[in-house]
Design a protein around this ligand. Structure first.
Ligand SMILES: [Zn+2]
Length: 308
């Protein structure tokens, strides 16, 4: 299984032995150098795939890609990509032409959720989970939905795009997406750090803020803002898809209060105040994107076994 994580600064590739035996056979990375344009990014991908082929000594039939954007299912064009030169491009078709393989591409938050389901914390601790929601709370806020081991991409490719759900217009800042009060504009690391700085006139990292709640009223207010809004934002999700497990990745996901006060706040806001699903930290760290990419085709092929 071949996976590539197309990131803003690096493009990482991995070859896993199989879905059942996900031993890492090869792993390497090249720079994205996105400023040099779309064709240059494709060239960098080709360079990486050539390295992978030299190591594997064969050409793969399919490669899964994680990307920081969404493929519009009807047109195959990229949208919402923070590698801006990719937007509006037929990325999948262009990669298939360039590499001579089938390509499947998913948003990196979807790949995160898929990797944690197939290989990470869900596989390790909750192997019977059918519906998994992966949340990324970091510089940005995003999400991915996995149902029965497959990414649920949605009609517009927006499945799992929880980061830009409306959360609180009165409290939230204007988001880059054009709306006010998105989850991202309240729950992202930079948003919380800016909120704290606004209260006290001093900048601190969120990690430090979280450790100061007993001695610093502004820190306590900031962490309460995080946990209260986390509970509210997740309760909306629970009332719609009621996942078996919620995995919280990204830097903000390391804040311990999310798993105590944050989860208590989910109870407050879900329909009948009953909430027992595990809310857990991920197991794969930065590797989730590339592993999830490798599983994109594996997951799709799970039901139809192809004889060797
Ligand atoms: Zn937004």
């Amino acid at each position: 299984m071949w996976g590539i994580d197309l990131g803003g600064t690096k493009i990482e590739g991995v070859i896993l032995k199989s879905a059942e035996e996900p031993e890492v056979l090869f792993r390497n990375r090249v720079k994205t150098e996105g400023r040099q344009g779309y064709n240059h990014i494709l060239k960098q991908v080709k360079k990486l795939v050539t390295l992978m082929e030299e190591k594997a000594r064969y050409k793969p039939e399919r490669i899964g890609f994680a990307a920081p954007g969404t493929i519009i299912p009807q047109t195959g064009l990229m949208k919402n990509c923070n590698l801006l030169v990719m937007n509006g491009k037929s990325v999948v078709a262009d990669l298939e032409d360039l590499l001579g393989t089938n390509v499947k591409m998913a948003n990196d938050a979807n790949c995160f959720a898929l990797a944690e389901t197939q290989l990470g914390i869900v596989k390790q601790q909750f192997p019977d989970a059918k519906v998994v929601f992966g949340i990324i709370l970091g510089t940005g806020v995003g999400g991915g939905l996995v149902v029965n081991g497959q990414v649920l991409n949605g009609y517009h490719g927006l499945g799992g795009e929880w980061g830009h759900n409306y959360l609180n217009q009165a409290e939230g800042e204007k988001c880059y997406c054009g709306k006010v009060g998105c989850n991202e504009s309240i729950l992202s690391g930079p948003a919380l750090e800016a909120y704290y700085a606004g209260l006290i006139g001093q900048k601190r990292k969120l990690k430090d803020i979280a450790q100061r709640t007993t001695i610093d009223a502004a820190a306590a207010t900031t962490i309460n803002r995080l946990t209260a809004h986390f509970g509210l934002a997740v309760s909306v999700l629970v009332n719609i898809i009621d996942p078996d497990v919620i995995v919280v990745g990204g830097g903000v996901g390391n804040i311990d209060q999310i798993y105590s006060e944050g989860v208590a706040q989910i109870h407050q806001h879900v329909f009948d105040h009953q909430f027992a699903a595990p809310v857990v930290k991920p197991a794969l760290g930065d590797s989730a994107g590339v592993f999830g990419a490798a599983y994109l085709f594996a997951a799709a092929h799970k039901k139809v076994l192809i004889p060797n």
